[in-house]
Design a protein around this ligand. Structure first.
Ligand code: ADP
Length: 369
């Protein structure tokens, strides 16, 4: 969240080179990234490649004019909603009320009249960018809120059914079962409670992060001391599926980060690898030096992820969650949290995956110096 600080991309559309130069000279010193197009047609192509935050659009141009350019941008289903929503400010020599009203009707947010006054142009650009980023932050916060409630209502509720069911069997029909059977019930209850607890932990960590209340205390960490307890914790889950777990993390390998956060990332990645790998598969955890970073990779021989789904993994509004190979449910929150934690510690998280062959989740954490 809070994109207000990022460097905004502004597209200037004008057939007159001089106008482009004047506007660039006003905006560039303020740190905006400027691109330009000399016609409406060229602008409609450029918006496909760069995520612009604002468009300054001349009305009178040869070929399609500014009105038509704006109309196509706002209405053509060819464009994704993010593109259709880029705010457009008309650049116009016309001050007659009709042309201004027409601009607003088509979807422009404002207009600036030529000849440009630097202070006015800057003020309008700043205001509309501020509005755009505030709207995006709001939409994200709203998606996060929806996600939070939906997790509580569906994803957390589901696993309780099996806990209640098995404990009910034990309580009311104890005599009907053999010791062996009872032990299996208790084992399932224990595994389900552990899973539910991990889900809840993710949810709480994530909401703390959203509220800005998550403590970040980086220090020298030994990666082995973070990976081993998690491997131990998740071993029963892997054993149940006869999945082999290998780790080559050396006892002495250190890094610099918040131990709670890095441990949560490792736990989530291993837990996912187990969840999405068929019985008798393999999972490897490796650690390599990568410049000033350590790169930790969790690779599995599991079901993999389709290309079109990879982009949805880290989006809070994407709500991408599928069942594991043994119908294990999830919240779709784990990877979003992992990415936030890794970035908070100055690293990156990414995935390489092939459907049917397996996945490789890697993240970096700075070396301790
Ligand atoms: P959850 O596992 O609780 O749904 P995550 O954010 O951890 O939430 O994962 C989101 C989705 O990404 C999973 O539901 C699954 O579809 C996919 N995924 C994550 N890790 C793997 C993996 N190792 N192999 C295949 N798919 C994965």
């Amino acid at each position: 969240m809070n994109q207000s600080n990022h460097q905004a991309n502004v597209l200037i559309v004008d057939d007159v080179t001089r106008n482009i130069q004047i506007i660039s000279a006003i905006l560039k010193p303020e740190g905006y990234k400027i691109a330009f197009a000399r016609s409406g047609e060229a602008a409609l192509e450029r918006v496909k490649d760069i995520p612009f935050d604002l468009i300054l659009l001349d009305i009178m141009m040869p070929g399609i004019d500014g009105y038509e350019t704006c109309r196509r941008l706002k209405n053509d289903p060819l464009y994704a909603s993010e593109i259709q929503e880029i705010p457009v400010i008309f650049l116009t020599a016309k001050t007659d009320p009709d042309s201004v009203v027409k601009g607003f009707d088509i979807g422009a947010v404002d207009y600036i009249t030529k000849p440009f006054r630097a202070s006015e142009l800057l003020a309008r650009v700043k205001t509309h960018l501020k509005l755009k980023f505030a709207l995006e932050d709001l939409q994200e916060a709203n998606a996060a809120k929806d996600r939070f409630f939906s997790i509580i209502a569906h994803d957390l509720k589901g696993p309780f059914n099996s806990l209640l069911g098995y404990s009910d069997f034990l309580l009311n029909y104890w005599e009907n079962y053999t010791n062996e059977k009872r032990k299996n019930f208790v084992k399932t209850i224990n595994q389900q409670s552990n899973r539910l607890f991990r889900m809840l932990e993710n949810l709480l960590n994530w909401s703390r992060m959203q509220l800005g209340k998550m403590e970040h205390q980086p220090a020298k960490i030994k990666l082995y001391l973070l990976s081993e307890p998690n491997l131990l914790l998740l071993k029963p889950q892997a054993e149940k599926k006869k999945i082999k777990l290998y780790s080559d993390i050396d006892k002495d390998t250190s890094a610099y980060g918040d131990s709670n956060m890095i441990s949560t990332v490792i736990r989530n990645l291993i837990s996912n690898a187990i969840k999405f790998t068929h019985p008798k598969g393999e999972i490897r955890i490796t650690c390599q030096e990568d410049g000033d970073f350590r790169k930790i990779t969790v690779s599995d021989t599991g079901i993999g992820i389709a290309d079109e789904n990879i982009v949805k993994l880290f989006r809070i509004d994407g709500h991408f969650s599928t069942y594991g190979t043994e119908k294990e449910s999830g919240t779709g929150l784990g990877l979003i949290l992992c990415k936030e934690f890794v970035e908070k510690n100055g690293g990156k998280l990414w995935v390489e995956s092939e459907e049917g062959k397996g996945s490789k989740f890697s993240f970096t954490v700075p070396c301790f110096k």
